[in-house]
Design a protein around this ligand. Structure first.
Ligand code: 13P
Length: 287
């Protein structure tokens, strides 16, 4: 069931758990995430970066594929199709294409410009029942060409961004896209606590979900995080499972080269990661 992400995240915030956003790259990824969420009876968010949207043939292609698959696989859990780290133009295109949720990432703009552009996206999106995430501070590292220095968000700027009417907020708290370096300082829980206090109970989003230790996940959720984004981890397990299949020579046995066989271990690995993360975030049986 395709829905926007506002309601599921409000429920998660009230119920002290988080909904996983799993980024998708192709049909296999989409199917793996949807089936694992259905199996666990968990709401789920499919994240699409602008790069992944382009790779899949464009946002309309993605929206049509996800809608059709949701219907034909008889997925009954709430599913949001969400643009990840969108530009203004990307948000407009996704709203047009039938996404149910968008993230406008104006974190690289001066705060006044971020606020003004976020307000415009909110007006456009809410006019079509689409939910909106915005960002202040920044997520460290790089994801699909989006680079961030990892500034910790200012609680006052967070409050101003929430006042634009957004549905959930991504605030940098020392989180990083991709693998965490050995010298990572960890999440800044003092910052998260003051952001949580200054933003009146809006669901908060934790990007960079790959590699955050369990106890930090639990503490984040207790301080208002209701959506956790995972991308790199699914890519890593998919690549490792595919490597294992090929290194074992399975593609050379019989019809092991059939793409449906070749990609199957990777798909299973993604499903297992989605199950693990969903359980860790407390999303099981919350559909
Ligand atoms: P990771 O790639 O670190 O899991 O981060 C995902 C993310 O934050 C998507 O926006």
């Amino acid at each position: 069931m395709l829905v926007n992400a506002a309601e599921m995240l409000k429920k998660a915030r009230a119920g002290q758990y988080a909904v996983g956003q799993f980024n998708i790259n192709n049909l296999e990824w989409t199917k793996a995430v949807l089936l694992a969420a259905q199996e666990l009876q968990s709401p789920v968010i499919l994240g699409v970066s602008e790069g992944a949207g382009k790779y899949m043939g464009g946002f309309k292609t993605v929206a049509a594929m996800v809608r059709a698959m949701d219907e034909e696989l008889k997925i009954t859990v709430p599913v949001a199709l969400h643009l990840d780290h969108g530009s203004y133009d990307g948000c407009v295109a996704c709203i047009e294409a039938g996404f149910t949720s968008v993230m406008f990432d104006g974190s690289h703009y001066p705060i006044d410009e971020n606020l003004a552009k976020t307000r415009e996206v909110v007006a456009l999106a809410h006019g079509k029942g689409v939910s909106v995430e915005a960002e202040v501070g920044s997520i460290g590292g790089e994801e699909d060409g989006v680079v961030g220095a990892g500034e910790i968000a200012d609680a006052n700027e967070c409050r101003m961004l929430v006042e634009t009417g957004i549905d959930f907020l991504a605030a940098g708290i020392g989180n990083i896209h991709g693998k965490y370096p050995d010298n990572w300082q960890g999440l800044d829980f003092d910052a998260l606590e003051s952001i949580s206090k200054s933003t009146g109970g809006i669901p908060l989003v934790l990007h960079g979900g790959t590699g955050i230790p369990e106890e930090m996940i639990a503490k984040s959720i207790s301080l208002g995080v209701s959506k956790i984004n995972v991308n790199t981890e699914c890519q890593l397990v998919f690549a490792a499972a595919t490597r294992k299949y090929i290194e074992a020579g399975k593609d050379l046995e019989g019809k092991g080269f059939d793409p449906r066989k070749l990609l199957a271990p990777g798909v299973e690995a993604i499903k297992e990661t989605v199950r693990e993360k969903t359980r860790l975030f407390g999303g099981e049986n919350k559909a």
